[in-house]
Design a protein around this ligand. Structure first.
Ligand code: MG
Length: 283
């Protein structure tokens, strides 16, 4: 503290002295109280350097960093950036945060940014127009949204329950994610054929087709589902299917999904797009 006071005293004198012509008239020693006050401000600024006149409400300001929402926001960022992997459930204290994110408009806004980029990219392509250019779409949390299910199952805070989730899938009632659907139809208008590639299994083909059609999807080139009993990671399965597409002469100009396992593993596609998904992780 003594050293801080000394530094501040020197700084105050120097600062006062820098006013050139006013030097002789205005110079005076700061009072003890002024030094004390400045020392407190100095200590505060060590904890949270002032880089803008507006003090941050989130992230760096002592007790402010403990406000509800900040840890969950950081958790979500780590998930989206693929720094956090192999997680089983959303942290219990983040249920409300994820719920608000998904339902409060943030999720849709984030999805819109991704799709705007995808559309701009697609429009920039010089296409061969030979009918072989395809774009791979994941289904769950990409083409269709299972938010109605997750909203009644803790927004991902509860362990995955295959029985109840598959019951939901078999209702065939999942709504379309409007942003992805916009991309889907933009691609068709450009002459790029959508291919669905999903971790859903073959026995769910009929209900998946029904669900997609009910939600306004039509005109896809292929719907690739996982063979029943197929054992492989999502990355191995999906990259293997993309390789088969390439081997059949298709050119994968784009690939979009909500999981990193949708877009990792050669051949990924000429460009990949990652939609947000803080609800669950598939490795
Ligand atoms: Mg998905």
């Amino acid at each position: 503290m003594a050293m801080a006071k000394l530094i501040l005293l020197v700084a105050l004198v120097a600062a006062t002295g820098s006013s050139c012509s006013a030097w002789r008239l205005n110079i005076r020693m700061p009072t003890a109280q002024a030094v004390e006050d400045a020392a407190e401000r100095f200590e505060e600024n060590v904890a949270a350097p002032v880089i803008h006149a507006l003090r941050p409400l989130l992230g760096s300001g002592r007790h402010l960093s403990n406000l509800a929402g900040v840890p969950c926001d950081s958790w979500r960022l780590a998930v989206e950036a693929y720094n956090k992997r192999d997680w089983k459930t959303v942290p219990a204290n983040c249920e409300g945060y994820v719920g608000h994110y998904m339902l409060g408009g943030h999720y849709r806004r984030d999805s819109r940014v991704v799709v705007d980029e995808a559309v701009a990219y697609a429009e920039s392509l010089k296409l061969a127009g030979n009918g072989k250019e395809v774009w791979v779409f994941d289904i769950d949390e990409t083409s269709l949204s299972n938010l109605p299910y997750y909203a009644t199952h803790g927004f991902g805070t509860k362990p995955y329950n295959a029985t109840s989730f598959n019951e939901y899938v078999l209702e065939g009632s999942a709504p379309a994610l409007p942003e992805s659907q916009r991309l889907f139809y933009k691609l068709i208008s450009l002459g790029i054929k959508p291919v669905f590639l999903t971790g859903r299994t073959e026995d769910q083909r009929a209900i998946t087709v029904q669900n997609l059609r009910r939600q306004g999807y039509s005109g896809w080139e292929k719907l690739l589902l996982k063979p029943i009993g197929f054992k492989a990671t999502a990355i191995a399965y999906k990259s293997g299917e993309r390789q088969k597409l390439q081997d059949a002469g298709y050119v994968i100009v784009g690939n979009i999904g909500d999981q990193w396992s949708d877009i990792l593993g050669a051949p990924e596609g000429a460009r990949t797009f990652k939609l947000p998904d803080p609800l669950y992780y598939i490795g």
